[in-house]
Design a protein around this ligand. Sequence first.
Ligand SMILES: Cc1cc2nc3c(=O)[nH]c(=O)nc-3n(C[C@H](O)[C@H](O)[C@H](O)COP(=O)(O)O)c2cc1C
Length: 366
Amino acid sequence: MSANDLFTPIRLGDLDLPHRIVMAPLTRMRADQDGVPGSLNAEYYSQRASAALIITEATAISVQGRGIPHMPEIHTPNQIKGWRSVVGAVHSKGGRIVLQIVHNGRASHRSYMPEGMGPVGPSAIAISGKGYMPDFTFADYEAPRELTTGEIGDIVRDFRRAALNGMDAGFDGIELHAANGYLLNQFLEDGSNRRTDAYGGSFENRARLLMEVIEAVKGAVGAGRLGVRLSPFGSAGGMSDSNPTELYKSVITDLNQHSLAYLHLIEARASGMARTDVMRGDALNNAKLFGHLFQGPVISAGGYTPESANHAILSGDADAIAFGRFFIANPDLVRRIRSHAPLNQYDRSTFYGGSGRGYTDYPTLA
Ligand SMILES: Cc1cc2nc3c(=O)[nH]c(=O)nc-3n(C[C@H](O)[C@H](O)[C@H](O)COP(=O)(O)O)c2cc1C
């Protein structure tokens, strides 16, 4: 029986954390229209520097990888410079921050891209439903264009370049977003991947792109500074798989060959939390089901309260817990949990886009 709790220090790869309360990656759509983070973003992140680790919002690796209005990106000098000021603000308050990098794949629209480009994916299968347009209105998703193997190689290089840019900006590490229905996740699951080449079919083939990206990014930043986020049984982004238990057992076991800093698992009960507060009642416990297959530290996220988070650490199901919505509303979440203080309620209407309202103006304890 482990004697650790939320306030026991822990090491994730090369990262020493003073406790185990992590800030989950949270898209807030407040970068400028060129994907450059600014002083408002620096203020927001630095207000939350007492987190054991901050994981940034999903950040696009390329123009093709975009798909959310005012999402930050990391492929131009200005974007790197903007992120450097965010990282500097967090470090000056003693915090640690890793960059979550993403290619949106089919979860995008041609209106985010220059003339002649459009969304791409493993197969030409559209997400059913509507997604954000660059002007914050909604429109039907379109079927992505199926990627050629040559283009897949370009995407691996884009991930590596983005990771190098992140290290150039001073980040403490990189998290690969392979969850919630974005490109790496789209390749993993057979609801979105019907390929018949080396990137489709068997579990191993569907995980090939993820493993190639890990290999490339690891070579650039070191395995001790690289984490991977997965969302088994997740439904966000129209995801589905015919055999998710065996798929994710296989993928997570294969991750062991890379000696990653951590594995970050989202609980399926919280799938879609970006859009709703309703938890899925029938969901299996991913940390319990898959965590023990991974030989390194596991961060678990999704629907935790301070009490259930502490219990997950005490019982050994997870090594650290990431909080999303509570970190939006409580810049001093760590202090509040430590002192059993009440938590501010989050305002869903200000999650996405806008100004400092609902972003940098949540009160801290006196
Ligand atoms: C506003 C909002 C934005 C989110 N953006 C991201 C994101 O950029 N990347 C990601 O991996 N997950 C994202 N998520 C999912 C969260 O990281 C987290 O898994 C989810 O909110 C469940 O945790 P919670 O119950 O503590 O909020 C987002 C969730 C919310 C509410």
